[in-house]
Ligand binder design. Sequence first.
Ligand code: AMP
Ligand code: FE
Ligand code: FE
Ligand code: ZN
Length: 274
Amino acid sequence: MIDLHSHTDHSDGSCSPVDLVRLASSAGLRALAITDHDTLSGYDEALRSDLPRSLELIQGIEITCKWNQDNVHLLGYFLSADAGAAFREWLVESHGHRRERNIRLVKRLNELGVDIVLSEVEALGRTMTGRPHFARVLIAKGYARNMADAFSKYLGEHAAGFVERQGPGMAEAIERIRAAGGISSLAHPVRIDFENEAEEKAFLGDMKDAGLEAIEAFHTDHSPADTERFLGFARHFGFAVTGGSDFHGTNKSETRLGVPAVSMEWLARLRALA
Ligand code: AMP
Ligand code: FE
Ligand code: FE
Ligand code: ZN
């Protein structure tokens, strides 16, 4: 069994890279991809540690892209050894957009009467400070009961505190991953808000034309029927298939490493493309 979608504490997971690799190994996984949001530093750190021999560590990333008004997540795998200076500079640029959003978010929350400063949020999230870290501060200070409450009251897309973050379009991110020698895969497609299946298929066709190579058919958020539908789309459009838990440790307690089960075979097919 393998897991091609996981997060460390370099983005919004709760485990350090080393602990995550250990956990994956003791869960009996044969391969684990670290796919932190907009950074390779968790993978880089895991790579420098003593890796268990039974586990193959796969380089990955998850990029937040813009599509219409929506945020759509794009996974990248097997980027060339160091992913290249251009790709890493592009990531650093995105950290600037994140920080700029966070500054505006603090201002907005202050306007709403919340006592919060950027430094206390950044103490939790460092370079990858995001809304989950804001949520933890809001909970600790009694402004929200839990994560869901923090997002529905303050941080979610329909909440009073919401501020937009700049991000790349899908086509740009697909091209950046390709230029870095990687394979792109559409993350948890069930989360994209389509009016109907015709719109979903048109989108997948457009992504195919833009160079998308795979879709994530297996994911914690997918029902068995969703998985079947996405496997069908993969056959129809000629996409490779990826899958994983989207493990975030205690930051998203409904995720478990290696669940749903993903077979080694999909990894072999993906690697054949790289
Ligand atoms: P950011 O990249 O800072 O905008 O934060 C995005 C992260 O916030 C996502 O990766 C999720 O982990 C989390 N998130 C987004 N919406 C919600 C929500 N409604 N409830 C809980 N967590 C959420
Ligand atoms: Fe996340
Ligand atoms: Fe995601
Ligand atoms: Zn993820």
